[in-house]
Design a protein around this ligand. Structure first.
Ligand code: NAP
Length: 284
């Protein structure tokens, strides 16, 4: 039986810390503000944005939403980013991805001022992460690292296998595990004999986007299994990339979906927004 890595509980702890910091900053005359941009009416994006706004409100962070129609042009979106870059009351800017297909995500990310890039997607922030000298970390991988720390899970010397190499999850996840002295393998859709790699993992992170992709035969006994997936099963129910029922008896620790990685992602966004406010006010 694996121990459950309870993202809800750990994130509640982080959010309490953030709330206390936001209160302390308010007393110093530094209110904390986040601007959230959403383009179009994708229901999943709407849910994520609502959750982020709710979490901001609970932590005392002022959030302002910019809900733009699906037909917004690249120029209009870039003009909004530019306005927010210059707005002192906005410490962090988040543009909910994915954007409608006619918009250039890379250009939008590049337009966000790096010091307000609380998702840590801008090339400048990605570069800082590579050299291990950073203010912001991307929310999902950083949230996972926080959870591993909270449960005293040692990474040094461990075989860490990350399935997925996206810029927002897989690649930065691998880098953070490497910084903590893990021996890291990154797998992807062209990896040969994936299971041979995953069976060697002491820490296995699945960020694939395919429901129940990781099955018990792919997991080493006693492994720590982190499920990043936010997928829908054949009945439309939220599930992860890991076949939880099959893998849980074999793992030492495992994250559930929901209630694992997802809440940590939001908690890290709040942390990053506070960091941005401190940095912009010379308090770091
Ligand atoms: P993504 O950009 O679609 O990347 C998926 C990765 O999985 C790619 O690198 C792909 O390889 C790899 N892959 C696909 N099929 C594979 C296969 N058969 N074998 C091995 N690797 C395979 O997805 P993402 O944005 O990283 O997200 C991954 C999952 O995490 C999704 O379910 C997403 O909803 C979820 N997510 C959750 C949170 C959270 O807060 N919990 C945050 C972000 C994302 P190639 O590069 O070769 O195509």
């Amino acid at each position: 039986m694996a121990k459950i890595l309870d993202g809800k509980a750990v994130s509640a702890h982080v959010r309490e810390q953030v709330k206390a910091e936001v209160e302390a900053l308010a007393k110093q005359g530094v209110p904390v503000g986040l601007a959230v941009i959403i383009v179009g009416d994708d229901p999943a994006s709407r849910t994520y944005v609502n959750n982020k706004k709710k979490a901001c409100a609970a932590a005392g962070i002022r959030s302002e939403e910019y809900a733009l129609p699906a037909e917004t042009t690249q120029e209009e979106l870039l003009a909004l980013v530019e306005t927010l870059n210059k707005k002192p009351a906005v410490n962090g800017i988040l543009c909910q991805l994915p954007l409608p297909a006619h918009l250039d995500e890379k250009a939008v990310i590049a337009a966000i001022a790096p010091e307000k890039d609380v998702d840590a997607f801008h090339a400048v922030n990605v570069g800082h992460i590579m050299i291990g000298d950073y203010a912001f970390l991307p929310c999902t991988p950083a949230g996972i690292m926080e959870m591993l720390r909270y449960y005293d899970i040692d990474i040094a010397g461990k075989n860490c296998v990350v399935i997925g190499r996206s810029n927002i999850v897989g690649k930065p996840m691998a880098m953070l595990l490497l910084q903590q002295n893990g021996t890291v393998t990154i797998c992807h859709s062209k990896t040969r004999d994936l299971a041979a790699h995953t069976r060697n993992a002491d820490i296995l992170v699945a960020a694939v986007g395919i429901p129940h992709f990781v099955t018990a035969d792919m997991v080493k006994a006693g492994a720590v299994v982190i499920d990043v997936g936010m997928d829908r099963d054949e009945n439309g129910k939220l599930c992860g990339d890991v076949d939880f029922a099959g893998v849980e008896p074999k793992a030492s620790y495992i994250t559930p979906v929901p209630g694992g990685v997802g809440p940590m992602t939001i908690a890290t966004l709040l942390k990053n927004t506070v960091t941005a406010a401190k940095q912009q006010n010379g308090l770091l």
